[in-house]
Ligand binder design. Structure first.
Ligand SMILES: Cc1ncc(COP(=O)(O)O)c(C=O)c1O
Length: 373
């Protein structure tokens, strides 16, 4: 199996820790260890400080699995497998897909959500995003036309990276029904769940609605804790869970002991942490409405109802890849262009989760003024 280079990860490897500014990150402002521990009960803090640094339980810390299950309806701790978030994509794809299988995935989407299937030799059909006047859309009728009698897996990601798109509940339920009708494995990447700007918009997890769904969640995005490397896979199908667990023996085997306790602190305070993230994102959206409002002729963008990211179109006569290269070279601002996300169009990703965004937009403004004004 030969994987193509993971373009977005290579881009971040090149720029994330060297460019002084960034406007394209997908997480919310990460917390420091002190900030997170300030949420901990006395018992948890003590547990963290006196922690035995041995191997941990391979399915994940039982209390942590319980806390993860509690975020979902009708899910028990035994339905949960703790993983590193990206590992949570690798395990189902590598254990359940074989050459020749037909798979439906979204386009664009995070590269591993379809690249592992491609490298395995699967036949892929892509459910394409469409731009509508006011924003982005995935049409469920189009999806229905892509599913074949021999389709094995449907891969979805809502809230969506890179647009922040969230379907209506009716559309989401239709997607799940399409999977159920043919007994497909439904892999649902829900890593951006809990970033809804209004809690009423939150969709159920696919694992609550359908037994053969495998849901991926984690602490990287709206919990502001990507450095913990804690995520989870949930399925109510015992055979699928067993396959995932078997494959995990070939990757990380078990989770990191300190991260498990810190993840427990986070989940015991999940309402406070997600409220913190929503406040940052809402503040940045309001800032960006003003900022980009001043450059209507140069950019088009829509603001999502959830998520930490959106796509902005560069309307100038300049390829966005060139624009991004010049922004980092001239003003030290990291801007993620569409070609790195493997789709066409003159778009770049705008990250709405960092408290540093307004500060980073200052050299960005200098750059666009130098280029275009
Ligand atoms: C849609 C999606 N799924 C999974 C991941 C993996 O998360 P992590 O980078 O924390 O492993 C990402 C990261 O950007 C993502 O955007």
């Amino acid at each position: 199996m030969k994987f193509a280079p993971f373009k977005i990860e290579n881009f971040f490897r090149q720029h994330e820790f060297s460019a002084p500014y960034g406007i394209s990150q997908s997480d919310t402002e990460p917390l420091t260890l002190d900030e997170l521990l300030a949420y901990a009960s006395v018992e948890r803090r003590q547990q963290f400080e006196t922690l035995w640094l041995g191997y941990t339980e391979t399915q994940g810390h039982p209390e942590l699995r319980e806390a993860i299950a509690d975020l979902h309806r009708g899910i028990g701790a035994d339905d949960v497998l703790e993983v590193a978030p990206e590992e949570g994509i690798f395990l189902p794809m590598s254990s359940m897909l074989e050459a020749g299988d037909h798979v439906v995935a979204m386009q664009p989407s995070f590269q591993s959500l379809w690249e592992i299937a491609r490298a395995t030799g699967c036949e892929l059909s892509f459910w394409q995003q469409r731009r509508r006047d006011e924003g982005w859309h995935f049409d469920v009728d189009e999806l229905e036309g892509l599913i074949r009698p021999d389709t094995k897996m449907l891969i979805i990601n809502f809230p969506h990276n890179p647009t922040g798109y969230l379907p209506s509940r009716a559309d989401f339920e239709r997607v799940v029904e399409l999977a159920r009708r043919q007994n497909l494995i439904l892999f649902s990447d829900e890593i951006y769940r809990f970033t809804e700007h209004d809690e009423a918009l939150r969709l159920p997890s696919a694992c609550e609605l359908y037994e053969r769904a495998i849901a991926l969640g984690g602490l990287s995005k709206c919990f502001g804790l990507p450095g913990l490397r804690v995520g989870w896979l949930i399925t109510r199908d015992g055979d699928l869970l067993h396959e995932l667990q078997e494959m995990k023996s070939y990757t990380t085997i078990c989770g990191s002991a300190p991260s498990e306790i810190l993840a427990l602190v986070a989940l015991e305070n999940w309402r406070a942490l997600t409220a913190r993230s929503s406040e940052i994102v809402r503040g940045n959206i309001s800032y960006c409405r003003d900022f980009f409002g001043r450059y209507n002729g140069l950019f088009w963008l829509s603001y999502p109802q959830c998520g930490t990211i959106t796509l902005a179109e560069l309307k100038a006569d300049m390829p966005v890849a060139e624009f991004a290269e010049a922004a980092v070279a001239e003003q030290g601002v990291m801007v993620l262009p569409a070609d790195v996300m493997l789709f066409e169009g003159n778009y770049f990703r705008l990250g709405l989760g960092r408290t540093t965004l307004p500060h980073a937009l200052e050299p960005f403004e200098q750059f666009i003024n130098d280029q275009f004004c």
